[in-house]
Design a protein around this ligand. Structure first.
Ligand SMILES: Cc1ncc(COP(=O)(O)O)c(C=O)c1O
Length: 477
């Protein structure tokens, strides 16, 4: 008798009723509110410190759609969506139902020496969105999708060097870190792979590197997550031509931009290119189960997996697991049924236009950019003397403090979650779920106006908080 099965018991569906295991509801109830303390003692100790410093150390108990809720029942508008995973909103009922179904199906998952049907079905569905690509490798995260892309490109071309762009972000495992365009992530982890950074959009630099004959690929985000930087118009197309001429590959990292975020299913579609390899993750499983996918042209797979001996030459134990695959299938169905790509384009255009109207009104706001529902807005040096002293003090301490000064009251006063788009930059990034409506746009714009009006007074609580941030930044030096 299996130790967790109660003798002779039977559940509602005629299944044996488990007698052991945990009572999750009770555990959550009894230990409610201990998350920050446990984190401080047993996980990353800096996380609760940081959350406390900016007043984000609250306790959330549930979530639905574009909102999550704290213990007191306050709603928080989620303009971050778990770094972009909740494209369909949190706890989407159709994706939850698919997960219940796959568990109830009691499948023979991860047999390993098997061809799981759900993986084939998800690959079929993904490739229908990228008809110029032929095959898919499934892993468990964005960085794993990138690692696979790097290995595939090197093996398929027989070359070693990968080009990437300044400010790029492709994940934090060692291969992905080797193509990370920000020093603060790389520092202390050397030596990394000998890859080469290019200024974003610099065709001459690309040509120079290609002419050395050892370049396997250019790896690029169609819109950079850090800073929401878009390559200049025509760059990707011209880059693809040059890469082809030199026998090198174009890899588009769609981990953040993919699955409709920018108003096209893949952001490279805006540029009219056909990358050789595409990485997808985040929104692919609706935010429920870690997943990553590396899509590529058939010849690349044929080289990497060239014989039976090489069948497991690149693989991962949990890749293609049934929960991730079922969540992926359900998430893509929701994207289609709810026309999320079209909504991202329409409502994203509206949000961006409403923010752009404010460029005239607020001298501290210098740029609004993005596509669909991946939107960045940047702050810069004000022209009036009244604001300039405060601005200069913040900049002298650390770039990015002003943006933090905006993120904090958006959260504390208006209960809207956003993030600074990267270290040392005064850019805020918005990544709401793709099914938000004008109600959420209105709430955001009204809150933004309130915070901006405050910031433009040049005195008051917000600037007091700015001074606290300056002090903290100085202490860190
Ligand atoms: C473009 C891009 N690539 C890769 C990654 C890494 O994904 P993960 O955090 O799932 O490893 C990210 C994460 O933010 C990303 O934005």
């Amino acid at each position: 008798m299996d130790s967790v099965i109660e003798s002779g018991g039977s559940g509602a569906a005629g299944e044996p009723r488990p007698s052991g295991g945990i009572d999750l509801a009770r555990l959550l109830r009894e230990r409610a509110g201990e998350g920050h303390d446990l984190q401080a003692r047993m996980l990353n100790p800096q996380l609760p410190r940081m959350l406390h410093a900016i007043g984000f150390d609250r306790t959330y108990v549930r979530a639905q759609g574009a909102y999550f809720y704290d213990e007191q029942g306050n709603d928080y508008l989620d303009f971050l969506s778990g770094f972009g995973v909740f494209a369909a909103g949190r706890n989407h009922p159709a994706i939850r139902a698919a997960l219940h179904q796959v568990l109830d199906a009691g499948l023979a998952d991860l047999v390993q020496f098997d061809s799981p049907l759900l993986a084939g079905l998800l690959a079929e569905r993904l490739l229908a969105r990228a008809p110029h690509l032929d095959r898919v490798y499934f892993g468990n995260s964005g960085t794993e999708a990138v690692e696979a892309a790097l290995k595939f490109a090197r093996y398929a071309t027989g070359r070693t060097r990968v080009l990437y762009c300044d400010h790029s972000f492709h994940g934090l495992t060692t291969g992905s870190l080797s193509v990370n365009g920000a020093a603060e992530f790389r520092r202390g982890f050397d030596p990394l792979l000998p890859d080469t950074a290019l200024p974003l959009g610099d065709l001459d630099a690309l040509e120079r590197e290609l002419s050395r004959g050892d370049v396997a690929a250019l790896l690029i985000e169609p819109i950079q997550g850090k800073g929401v930087n878009i390559p200049p118009p025509g760059f990707l197309k011209a880059a693809q031509e040059r890469l082809r001429a030199h026998g090198a590959l174009l890899i588009c990292d769609e981990v953040q931009t993919g699955v409709g975020r920018t108003g096209k299913f893949f952001a490279y579609e805006h540029e009219g290119v056909e990358p050789d390899i595409v990485t997808v993750a985040k929104a692919l499983s609706g935010g429920f189960v870690p997943v990553g996918a590396t899509l590529a042209k058939g010849w690349i797979f044929e080289k990497v997996y060239s014989s039976m001996d090489r069948v497991l030459v690149h693989d991962s134990t949990f890749g293609s697991n049934a929960l991730a695959m079922a969540a992926g299938l359900a998430a893509l169905q929701v994207v289609e049924d709810e026309r999320l790509v079209q909504n991202a384009e329409r409502i994203g255009g509206l949000l961006q236009a409403r923010l752009a109207e404010r460029l005239e009104r607020y001298e501290l706001l210098t740029d609004v950019r993005g596509r669909g529902l991946m939107i960045g807005f940047e702050f810069g040096k004000p022209s009036s003397l009244k604001l300039r002293a405060g601005w200069n003090t913040l900049q002298a301490a650390r770039h990015g403090l002003f943006a933090q000064m905006v993120v904090v009251p958006l959260f504390q006063r208006h209960r809207i979650l956003t993030q600074v788009a990267g270290d040392h930059m005064d850019v805020i990034k918005l990544l709401p779920p793709l099914n938000i409506t004008e109600t959420e746009v209105d709430r955001f714009v009204e809150a933004f106006d309130d915070v901006m009006r405050d910031a433009h007074r040049g005195t008051g609580l917000m600037w007091d908080f700015g001074r606290t941030l300056v002090k903290q930044a100085m202490q860190r030096r």
